[in-house]
Design a protein around this ligand. Structure first.
Ligand SMILES: *[C@@H]1O[C@H](CO)[C@@H](O)[C@H](O)[C@H]1NC(C)=O
Ligand SMILES: *[C@@H]1O[C@H](CO)[C@@H](O)[C@H](O)[C@H]1NC(C)=O
Ligand SMILES: *[C@@H]1O[C@H](CO)[C@@H](O)[C@H](O)[C@H]1NC(C)=O
Ligand SMILES: *[C@@H]1O[C@H](CO)[C@@H](O)[C@H](O)[C@H]1NC(C)=O
Ligand SMILES: [Zn+2]
Length: 435
């Protein structure tokens, strides 16, 4: 009897103790619920670290250092919002680095400048051992296991190809896996969302015959078509034409903030039909349509787009280094966890968050590669833009002169002014020879 009582007593005190510990633990959890929420975010982002769609670090390297990488320590760049230490702190595992050259270079030395920007991204992603240049979805997944930050190269603006499919193909060879059809200027073949430059104005024809050839060649190569910065008409035409999913690498919702860089709901619906991706831009101007914004405003974009097309179409394209003002609490690339925490509070599921952090992007990238593989029997496109659509003084045509003198190349180069200069030069050289 007494023996049994002792056991019962010990047993009940065991349960009492357990209950006590549970009570203490749960009250601790309540006391420090901020920590447990943060832990949950860290846990989630450790398993599903971010693939971000847009960062202009390469532009800043040109502006501040003229691309002299030796002048900077990329682990700690306090004057910028991006460096390796903060990318790691923010659980950024992959970054599409934009290769951007000013629209003013269009028809001039845009190709040289683009090559120089590709060079600086390639250099930084091979010289720093925590970074890794990747060019396929497989390499991207592999880089996560190796604990590297993957770098993807994306061209920001079709003026970089100078209306040349061979130039596009050579960029692919250098590792470029995404290109925005326009930046803030129209190209001879696609239309920008901005009206900053009055070049290549058009009423109609937002994606010309050559523009369609560009999209088709990007499908064949396995390069993502990026529609951020393009007009809605161009975006819509490209979505309809593209065989692979397309992306908006850094745009937000027009319904929430009616900025011309954002995407309206009807266009989101078209994007969804192609299983594409909108990677939400964090630039305050596109978030709140004002210079000030906070995390709630950002989360409103995510909520709205999810309501319209579902979480499977959403990613994140921060646009750090490409804009001046970022929302309070999202000032630099280490702050992404705060955004994920806010979405958790708004009842986004972990599955949805894993999708927007990386799985949606991987799905699109893999699909772009599948489309490429399906087109592997197709030969490189030989479509050329009509000369009259790209005439400018920098464009030489390597072709035998047409004896009839009526070829477009002759009209492009032998202007009366050019002929007069040529005649004067000949006269001078004759004089020099005679003397
Ligand atoms: C980063 O550099 C700044 C000065 O540029 C310095 O004040 C800061 O302590 C450095 N931070 C780290 C983590 O090294
Ligand atoms: C657009 O172009 C088509 C032919 O390509 C033409 O039929 C139509 O009238 C044009 N619309 C405008 C507004 O110029
Ligand atoms: C955007 O919305 C604001 C009010 O929210 C309005 O004043 C403005 O005219 C709108 N702009 C455009 C381009 O629709
Ligand atoms: C963001 O600003 C709005 C007012 O514009 C305010 O209602 C909201 O509480 C703020 N959110 C945060 C997280 O500060
Ligand atoms: Zn941009």
């Amino acid at each position: 009897m007494s023996h049994r009582t002792t056991i019962a007593g010990a047993s009940s005190s065991f349960w009492m103790t357990l209950l006590y510990h549970l009570a203490v633990l749960s009250s601790l959890c309540c006391l420090v619920s901020g920590y447990s929420e943060r832990d949950r975010v860290n846990d989630l982002m450790s398993h599903y670290p971010l693939i971000d769609g847009h960062n202009d670090l390469a532009l800043q390297l040109r502006i501040y250092h003229n691309n002299r990488l030796s002048q900077v320590n990329l682990y700690n760049v306090s004057k910028l919002a991006t460096d390796i230490n903060r990318l790691q702190a923010g659980h950024v595992q992959a970054q599409m680095f934009a290769v951007y050259v000013l629209c003013g270079a269009q028809g001039k030395d845009a190709v040289r400048l683009t090559l120089e920007q590709i060079d600086v991204v390639r250099r930084m992603c091979t010289e720093y051992e925590d970074l890794q240049l990747v060019t396929s979805a497989n390499e991207l997944s592999d880089s996560q296991m190796r604990k590297k930050i993957a770098c993807l190269i994306s061209i920001e603006g079709g003026h970089s190809i100078d209306s040349s499919l061979p130039a596009l193909r050579m960029y692919y060879q250098l590792g470029v896996r995404s290109m925005a059809l326009t930046h803030t200027c129209n190209t001879p073949w696609a239309e920008s969302s901005a009206k900053l430059y009055d070049v290549y104005q058009r009423q109609n024809n937002s994606l010309t015959h050559f523009g369609k050839a560009v999209v088709e060649e990007m499908n064949r190569l396995g390069m993502m078509v990026d529609l951020s910065h393009s007009s809605w008409a161009t975006a819509s035409a490209a979505i309809k034409l593209s065989k692979a999913p397309v992306i908006f690498s850094h745009s937000s919702s027009y319904s929430v903030c009616n900025h011309s860089r954002n995407v309206p709901d009807w266009l989101l619906q078209e994007l969804k039909k192609k299983r594409g991706l909108i990677m939400v831009n964090l630039n305050s101007q596109f978030i709140s349509c004002r210079s000030e914004a906070n995390i709630s405003h950002v989360a409103d974009h995510f909520d709205h787009i999810k309501k319209v097309v579902g979480a499977e179409m959403i990613g994140i394209g921060g646009d750090y280094e490409g804009a001046v003002g970022f929302p309070q609490g999202l000032e630099d690339v280490s702050k992404y966890p705060a955004l994920i925490q806010e979405l958790l509070r708004r009842n986004w599921t972990e599955v949805e968050l894993a999708d927007i952090l990386r799985r949606n992007f991987l799905r699109v990238f893999e699909e772009v590669e599948r489309v490429r593989d399906g087109l592997s029997s197709q030969k490189p496109s030989e479509v050329q833009i009509p000369l009259e659509e790209v005439q400018n003084q920098c464009r030489l045509v390597l072709r035998r002169p047409d004896p009839s003198g009526r070829s477009p190349s002759n009209t492009a180069q032998h202007t009366p002014k050019g002929l007069i200069i040529l005649a004067v030069l000949l006269m001078i050289s004759n004089i020099l020879i005679i003397e």
